[in-house]
Design a protein around this ligand. Structure first.
Ligand code: KG4
Ligand code: ZN
Length: 327
């Protein structure tokens, strides 16, 4: 069974082909048009997907000798995401579906991120807790099996990756800023920190709030001249990275205590962060799993994996035509 995955929900155009055993082929194009604007410009994202998707798909097929008629299923991200960007992927997938008569399914992007863990850890013990942490999402799920997810907590405002990106822009980093901030933070002396606050949702609550952190860093910087900021950029980065990671780790640790579930998966773009990985392993013990960095950020292999598992269980749904796929 070969599954074609298509992902265009934000600023990555990604195509992958997966079979039961492995990722057969995958290519991802990260749009760079947004860097000058400090964030994703939806209209530009849709146009960039439109320019790239056909080229990328042909490249995946041609370089790997894949005949589209061999595909058993097309899995395409259909929510959540930028409407115009999603429509490019959905339209392309429907074109292939009509042209080749291949079965098709819509996939929830966050379910895709959760499924990224099964690509490299097919035997991850169930149930496990998943922290989906990216530029658009910060949520904790209890995963009882494929397709059986219970949301235990989520951000009430900004996502953690969004906080990295927005504060990064204030500090002069280009979008997306997460990786550059992590690298800058490594230059800081580890024992020093500015105490930036992250709002806590209250005892027993597993929600997050990161919008206040952005404001706290903004006000902190207002009192400083640019020379001071230049000299202390690493300290500022290390401090707000610590504030974000403290909140993520504290809530995940609390979730393991509340549920008595010890296996933890951390997925999504922010899961690339080495400091988060190290702190999460220290707090939550040995059964903490992370995808490889290329499977943490948006990619079509995770969408194909979700499609493959849905196919096996007769859970296919036509893109955007089924009741809300929100998880
Ligand atoms: O999963 P993803 O590619 O897209 C969304 O679904 O949002 O995640 C992108 C996010 C961006 O906010 C980016 O800054 C962040 O992941 N990110 C990182 C790192 N690498 C990517 N954040 C912190 N540290 C990193 N090393
Ligand atoms: Zn994502």
């Amino acid at each position: 069974m070969k599954v074609l995955g298509i992902e265009t929900s934000c600023d990555e155009t990604s195509i992958a082909v997966l079979d039961e055993k492995c990722i057969v082929a995958a290519e991802t194009y990260s749009q760079d048009v947004h860097a000058a604007y400090g964030g994703v410009v939806p209209e530009m994202a849709s146009r960039a997907h439109l320019q790239k998707i056909d080229v990328l798909c042909r490249s995946v097929f041609d370089k790997n000798g894949i005949d589209p008629r061999q595909l058993s299923l097309i899995a395409v991200t259909d929510s959540p995401g930028l409407a115009g960007a999603l429509l490019v992927g959905i339209g392309f997938a429907l074109g292939l579906h009509c042209g080749y008569g291949t079965a098709i399914t819509g996939i929830n992007h966050v379910e895709g991120h959760i499924c990224s863990i099964f690509l490299e850890y097919p035997d991850i013990p169930l149930p496990f807790l998943a922290l989906a942490v990216s530029g658009g999402h910060t949520s904790i799920y209890r995963v009882d099996d494929f397709g059986i997810y219970t949301c235990l907590g989520r951000t009430v405002d900004d996502a953690a990756g969004e906080a990295f990106d927005k504060i990064g822009t204030m500090l002069g980093f280009t979008y997306p800023a997460g990786r550059a901030i992590e690298q800058e933070a490594q230059k800081a002396a580890s024992e020093q920190h500015i105490a930036f606050p992250v709002a806590r949702a209250g005892a027993g609550q597993l929600n997050f709030s990161f919008s206040g952190l952005k404001t706290a860093v903004k006000y902190f910087m207002q009192g400083k001249d640019s020379l001071w900021i230049d000299e202390h950029r690493a300290l500022i980065c290390a401090s707000f990275q610590k504030a974000i990671v403290d909140a993520l780790v504290e809530n995940m640790y609390a979730a393991t205590r509340q549920t008595a579930i010890t296996a933890v998966a951390v997925v999504g773009g922010v899961a690339c962060n080495g400091y988060l990985r190290q702190r999460m392993m220290a707090a939550c013990g040995p059964a903490v799993f992370f995808p490889s960095p290329s499977l943490c950020t948006d990619n079509a292999a995770m969408i194909a994996k979700a499609g493959l598992e849905r196919g096996k269980r007769n859970l296919l749904r036509f893109p955007h035509m089924a009741p809300s796929a929100e998880i």
